[in-house]
Design a protein around this ligand. Structure first.
Ligand SMILES: *Cc1c(COP(=O)(O)O)cnc(C)c1O
Length: 429
């Protein structure tokens, strides 16, 4: 990439395409202050080069394989991001018919879409069958039966994988850990063989593969390796029962650097995982993966303006115009986002809690941050590309922010700021 901002020397930690140039924070070659002036705040800004570089790491790791990268679009489902990834060859991992229609609107190839989630409705199944999606990741025995019924009623055969819960500890936040026995996801690995036998007996289903997804923001390769061993054991057992497993879907979950986190690189992780696949004799199987956060998380920033400084006896507050409705991760998981000024600051810093205007004490974006700021200054909340805009709400009747996609020295608005009138468009007084 040619971006000056991408050079390793100046890029900010956890934001590979974000750097100060002449004291001004830039995404690739675009200055954030100028975007904020033009489009207002709060404003999400994404680096296209960053997304493509993250994708390239997976593509390197899976090079020479029959592999399909299905972007888990719940991480950031804005149409322009989906189109970028579809054009780069990605399929999509979806969890609702809304995501299905969004992916199609962005130009996705239906056969590259896989449908995950524990609560698919009959209507969602019908629509997914009608457009010809690649695979359903089935998460319970009851869902196998319902999908079989729906497929038969519509004269189709549903391609399926069973999502297996391998009972491994992904060592991440409990709300984003999904592969433990106590989680609501998947079928326990002890019941998997029985579930496959049942699936193979149903005329409306065609067994295609096996699936697992053990959690999110995973920063260690050990749980992945453990899960892969479990899954490969199962493939051996299931195939011994005469049921062919054409693809191994290994989910997503790879972490990113929010606060000095050091997840394995996607290419290194996949070299290690594929060595296991090959050693067990499954080198010819298609590999499907469902990365979300690791493709988009570090590619986005949220620009916000300081409204007020409010010194206090116990805490100083830096009140900004972005809030938990824009950036829900701190409120939801006590998550950490780095926060930096748009204009490089020197001189004495004060320690603040950076908080939004929403009427909840849970509405904070960062705690105990040393900042040298005045009212009217702008800040960037880093690593805001994943699970921010896609989780944004209108709480406190706050319109959702605008989004801009940067490509080198170019930028374009990919989502206009909502108006307040948009917010009651579907209501009746
Ligand atoms: C959320 C999710 C993913 C993506 O997780 P990331 O941590 O964003 O990579 C993949 N597969 C399924 C089934 C999911 O629910």
């Amino acid at each position: 990439m040619s971006s000056s901002a991408s050079s390793a020397a100046s890029a900010l930690p956890g934001a590979p395409f974000v750097a100060y140039g002449a004291g001004q924070l830039q995404v690739e070659q675009v200055t954030l202050s100028e975007l904020a002036q033009q489009h207002g705040t709060p404003l999400f800004v994404y680096s296209q080069a960053s997304i493509l570089a993250a994708l390239a790491a997976y593509q390197r790791g899976l090079a020479g394989r029959n592999a399909l990268i299905c972007y888990a679009m719940k991480a950031n489902s804005s149409l322009a991001i989906l189109r970028l990834l579809a054009d780069a060859g990605c399929g999509f991992d979806i969890v609702s018919v809304g995501e299905l229609e969004r992916a199609l609107a962005a130009g996705a190839t239906p056969s590259k879409i896989i449908f995950s989630g524990i609560g698919k409705t009959r209507a969602e199944m019908r629509r997914a069958l009608e457009v010809g999606i690649g695979c359903f990741n089935v998460e319970s025995m009851a869902e196998l039966d319902v999908l079989n019924e729906v497929a038969q009623a519509s004269g189709r055969v549903a391609p399926i994988s069973i999502r297996v819960n391998p009972n491994v500890d992904a060592k991440t936040h409990p709300y984003i850990s999904t592969g433990l026995r106590g989680n609501k996801f998947g079928i326990g690995h002890e019941q998997a063989l029985q579930a496959y036998r049942h699936a193979a007996s149903l005329p409306g289903l065609r067994v295609q593969g096996i699936d697992c997804h053990i959690g999110s923001q995973i920063t260690d390769s050990a749980p992945y390796l453990e899960a892969m061993d479990r899954i490969l054991d199962l493939v051996t057992q299931i195939e011994a029962a005469g049921i062919r497993i054409h693809h191994i879907d290994f989910g997503g979950g790879l972490g990113i650097d929010y606060n000095g986190d050091t997840p394995p690189r996607a290419d290194d992780l996949w070299h290690e995982l594929l060595a296991r696949v090959d050693a067990r004799g499954f080198a010819d199987r298609q590999i499907v993966i469902e990365p979300g956060r690791s493709l988009v998380g570090n590619a986005g920033v949220c620009v916000t303006e300081v409204l007020y400084l409010k010194p206090g006896e116990q805490k100083n507050f830096c009140i900004v115009d972005a809030a938990m409705n824009d950036l829900p991760r701190p409120a939801l998981y006590e998550a950490f986002h780095r926060i930096v000024p748009l204009v490089e600051a020197t001189g004495a810093a004060t320690v603040y809690d950076v908080v939004g205007p929403v009427c909840e004490s849970g509405d904070w974006l960062g705690r105990d941050r040393a900042l040298n700021v005045q009212a009217g200054d702008r800040l960037a909340v880093l690593s805001a590309g994943a699970y921010c805009m896609s989780m944004a709400s209108n709480y406190n009747t706050r319109p959702r922010a605008a989004e801009v996609l940067v490509d080198g020295a170019q930028s374009r608005v990919i989502r206009q700021r909502e108006t307040v009138q948009d917010l009651w468009r579907t209501e009746t007084p």
